[in-house]
Structure formats: C-alpha cells, structure tokens
Design a protein around this ligand. Structure first.
Ligand SMILES: [Zn+2]
Length: 331
C-alpha cells in the first residue's frame, strides 16, 4: 500500500545554527516536525538505512492521503527492511512521542540547574512515571561512553566534595566536608575548558590519583588544596602540582593569584544547588547519571541553546544496547 517517494537521496540544505533554535518549539509540539527534526540531526540531510547503511532509501507514504506513513517509517531498497529514526537510540523501545523527547532534550540540556520530572510531566501531559523514564534515558545519553576520551590539559584544578543524604543527627549525614557519610564526588576541571567529574568510592590518594591519570594529560599542571590524598601528585604530571593551603585559610596563593581551585568549587556549587533544589534527593546509585547531566551542561556552556540541544540529541545515538547492558548490570 505504499508507493516510492521521490525523496530518495535528496540532500537538505545545511541548517544555520541559529535556525535550529527556531525549530525546537515546533518540534516539541508537533509530532511530524519532531520526527523530521530528529531525522535531520541524525542523518544531516543524507538519510541512510540503519540496517545496511545504504543511501538508497525512501520515506513510506500512506496511499490514501499521500502523507507520511503514520509510524514515520522508512524503507531500504537494498535490504528491503523498514525502520524509523528511533532505531538504535535511547528512545527506540518506547511509545512516547518524539516531540516529548525533543522537549526533554531541550529542557535538560539548557536549564542550568536541571529540570524536575514534575515539570516535564506537566508540560508534556504525560504520567510522572513516563517523565522519570524519559529523563533517566536522556541522562544516560548525556553520559560519556569513552568515544571521546580527550584528556584535560594545561591548568587543571582538582577538588572533591560530598553530595546527598538527609542531614539527620547521628547518621553521619549532618556533617559536611571530609569525614561525612555523603557520597564523594571528585572534579577535575581545565581552566576555561571541560570538566570531568567522577562519583568515587572513597577519597584515598590511590582513588583520586587513578581518576587524575584517567582524565588528565600528563603534561598538565595540577592545582589542588592541601588535602593529604594529593601528596605525590607532582610525580604523575610533568607540569607540576601547586597547592593552596585551605587548612590555613588561604584560598588564593599570595603573589600567584592564578593558583586557586575556585573553578572546581563553583562547579560544585551549581551541582549542589541543582541536586538539592530541583531533584531534592538523589540516591547513590543514580548520582553518576546526574553528575553526567551537570557535566554536559558545563562542557557545552559556550554553545547556544540550539547547539546544546542538538549535541544532546546526537549523544543519544548508538546508546540503545549500552542502556540495556547497564540496566541489566544494575538489576
Ligand atoms: Zn538497508
């Protein structure tokens, strides 16, 4: 009941960055616009088969109306398979309309302190459970998968903080700083560049140095406070290790005002405000995903909202199987 559309291999003109922002509100309210927006981001005007990568493909069309097929299917001339833009992405196995996914990607990649599931629920008019599901998968999409292991360079500030837990007396959660039962998060941030944060099991020298080696280039210069776990860091990095003595109330090294860890500390301030203000409480198990969400926004802060949304959508591609694996491991 279909006929071959003449859209085969037609290349769409490349969209200007600023034009993308203008398209997003429509893609968040109209399903056809959402599907075409997602298709444009995924294939960049050059649609190809998700099964055999052939470019010899066409949009399936409803014979009666001449409109696009209700399920927005594509078909491949070479392998004869049908598919949609959802295949292979974090939204493959859901029936949630793509316009809600667009809205989720837009809001989560651009709201500085994050966005609550209640807000997504109200704005998309979906159930709270669906909103949580959608946000969780988007957070998964935003988690780096090792495909872009660019190490931090030049001047890198490192610092730890403690997140989570209700401050009940006697539980160890009421304390702040080192020695609390909250979950430690370790941040490494390149001055004027990207951040890499890790939820760590402990704040021992061995754990923190392993994270530093994983994320930071050996030529970099590291700046930390005088916490004992950072002793010996100078032996790992050629650019040496500078220390500000927080224990002596020193926050910027005198006479050397670039030696401070204020960037790392302000990144924690945003994370904590988001987690307590928007998400209220986050379990230890889910904390790494929330941290990834905040890292994504930090690392895309120089982009405009349209570019950020597109970067988030593109990060979702090829993550479907990984999502399954990671949820099975967690179960
Ligand atoms: Zn094919």
């Amino acid at each position: 009941m279909y006929y071959i559309s003449t859209m085969k291999n037609r290349t769409q003109p490349h969209l200007e960055k600023s034009a993308i922002i203008g398209q997003i509100p429509l893609a968040c309210s109209n399903e056809l616009a959402a599907v075409e927006f997602m298709e444009q981001q995924r294939w960049n005007g050059c649609p190809c088969c998700v099964h055999c990568e052939s470019k010899n493909v066409y949009k399936m069309v409803d014979a009666k109306t001449g409109q696009r097929n209700k399920r927005f299917l594509w078909r491949c001339h070479d392998c004869k398979e049908q598919y949609t833009v959802r295949i292979g992405s974090v939204y493959e196995e859901t029936r949630l309309p793509l316009r809600h996914w667009c809205y989720g990607f837009w809001r989560m990649s651009t709201s500085k302190k994050g966005v609550s599931a209640l807000e997504i629920k109200r704005h998309c008019q979906i159930s709270y459970k669906s909103a949580l599901f959608l946000m969780h998968r988007i957070r998964f999409a935003l988690t780096p998968d090792g495909r872009s292991p660019k190490k931090l360079q030049f001047i890198v500030e490192a610092d730890e903080t403690y997140v989570g837990g209700k401050p009940r007396p006697g539980t160890g959660f009421h304390k702040s700083g080192r020695g609390t039962k909250k979950t430690p998060v370790f941040a490494m941030v390149e001055r004027g560049g990207d951040i890499r944060r890790r939820v760590v099991a402990d704040v021992s020298g061995r754990t923190l140095k392993a994270a530093l080696r994983e994320c930071v280039d050996r030529e970099a210069k590291i700046i930390t406070d005088d916490f004992a776990a950072y002793r010996g860091v100078d032996r790992l990095f050629r650019g040496r290790h500078d220390v500000v003595c927080h224990s002596r109330g020193e926050y910027v090294l005198r006479g050397n005002n670039h030696i401070h860890t204020n960037t790392a500390e302000s990144s924690f301030a945003i994370l904590k405000r988001g987690i307590t203000g928007i998400y209220h409480a986050v379990s230890k198990k889910h904390l790494p995903r929330y941290v990834s969400e905040f890292d994504f926004r930090w690392n895309t802060r120089k982009m405009n909202d349209g570019e950020r949304t597109v970067a988030a959508i593109r990060s979702a591609e090829g993550k479907r199987l990984m999502y399954r694996e990671s949820t099975q491991k967690a179960a």
